[in-house]
Write a protein that binds this ligand. Structure first.
Ligand SMILES: Nc1ncnc2c1ncn2[C@@H]1O[C@H](COP(=O)(O)OP(=O)(O)OP(=O)(O)O)[C@@H](O)[C@H]1O
Ligand SMILES: [Mg+2]
Length: 371
């Protein structure tokens, strides 16, 4: 593609997010008026991951161009010193909404979110991928007519769990990848992640939403690794009964089920959906998408982009940052240690040299930058 035309094709707007490695801007196509989000990564990034993320979006969109709750990807291109991923513009994250609601969600809101979060994971898993960084900041609401829909984003740490139809190997001794607060116990133990770990993490998010806090938040330690060890210990020593105390028993049942899944075992997503759906019905709830934040009046002087930034700035908890990564290469033959950028900056290794197995131009008319 004509690289020089990229930025002149879009009117770049406000910065709407920044993550551990990249920045996200809103932008408008002046010709069509279409609003998009552009995720930007410097080509100099020590641990580049945006091209890898783009490759994974291609897998997710391969057999279904419009999967529910997966953002549309318009284009990925390089321009001078940057890689740009142009994607569907989405709304606030669940963490933003959680802050807006005083850091507690009602059971009804949590369950309406949970149905969708679980469905997103099922879809990703059915595409042969695991997410590996399940956290509230990576679930976004849509905009306009999609404002009630939950999207999942940020596939920078995602990996296939199937290779040539075979499940990846069980390895012990892996470094922690993801976000410590929501990491599964087996991830803390250094075991290769698989589908069960995404499901355990999403369970912790629901408990966090319902209780406002997880027992392993705010543990003090001087070193980051010590802090992660403390989180691990606390997670292991907190029984499911204790963790789910005062919650409907379905949450304990959910956690018990996912923690008991074998490494390669296919989760029974339908059973889990039914578990939560039955609770929802028993409580007499109606799925009207009347989320807790719907009853909060927006501040008329605060623009959405500013609101988002304010929420980002209160996100200071250390264990909620992602962790230094060490990853095996795609072929699992060598291990590549990563360079740590700064003490509190999460680093992602994306294996961006992966081969693109989904380059069909017929399927991907818009994905033209690597062809
Ligand atoms: N398509 C989008 N529309 C609107 N906002 C977005 C979009 N993509 C990302 N954001 C915002 O930017 C934030 C960071 O995006 P993303 O998670 O993709 O980056 P990251 O660098 O991988 O983040 P981290 O590694 O810290 O999770 C999101 O939490 C969200 O608030
Ligand atoms: Mg993210």
């Amino acid at each position: 593609m004509k690289q020089s035309s990229f930025y002149s094709n879009y009117k770049i707007g406000a910065k709407i997010g920044s993550g551990s490695f990249g920045r996200i801007f809103s932008a408008t196509n002046p010709l069509t008026g279409e609003q998009v989000a552009i995720k930007i990564e410097s080509k100099e990034a020590k641990n580049p991951q945006l091209v890898h993320e783009y490759e994974l979006y291609k897998i997710l969109l391969k057999n279904n161009p419009e999967p529910e709750g997966i953002p549309r990807i318009h284009l990925c291109t390089t321009q001078s010193d940057y890689v740009n991923l142009v994607m569907e513009l989405l709304g606030p994250s669940l963490e933003d909404k959680f802050n807006l609601c005083g850091r507690k969600f009602s059971l009804k809101t949590v369950l309406m979110l949970a149905f969708q979060m679980l469905a997103r994971l099922e879809y990703i898993h059915n595409c042969g991928l695991i997410h590996r960084d399940i956290k509230p900041e990576n679930f976004l609401l849509g905009v306009g007519k999609n404002q009630d829909k939950v999207y999942i984003i940020d596939f920078g740490l995602s990996r296939p769990y199937l290779k040539d139809g075979k499940h990846i190997e069980f390895i012990v001794g892996k470094k922690l990848i993801g976000t410590a607060r929501y990491a599964s116990i087996n991830t803390h133990r250094g075991i290769t992640q698989s589908r069960r770990d995404d499901l355990e993490s999403v369970g912790y998010i629901w408990i966090y939403f319902l209780k406002g806090k997880l027992p392993w938040q705010g543990l003090k330690a001087t070193e980051r690794t010590q802090r992660y060890d403390k989180i691990k210990e606390k997670k292991i020593e907190t029984s499911i009964a204790e963790l789910c105390q005062d919650l409907p028993p379905e949450f304990a049942e959910y956690l018990t089920y996912v923690r008991n899944l074998n490494f390669e075992e296919e989760p029974d997503y339908a059973r889990l959906q039914t578990l939560l759906r039955t609770l929802f019905n028993e409580k007499g709830f109606v799925e009207d998408f009347d989320y807790d934040w719907k009853s909060i009046k927006p501040d008329p002087v605060t623009k959405p982009a500013d609101t988002k930034r304010i929420f980002k700035e209160v996100r200071v908890d250390g264990e909620n940052a992602m962790l230094t990564k060490e990853e095996t290469k795609q072929n699992n033959q060598s291990t590549k240690p990563l360079v740590q950028k700064a003490s509190n900056v999460p680093i992602k290794n994306t294996g961006s040299n992966q081969k693109n197995n989904h380059k069909s131009k017929a399927c991907w008319p818009l994905f033209n930058c690597f062809s």
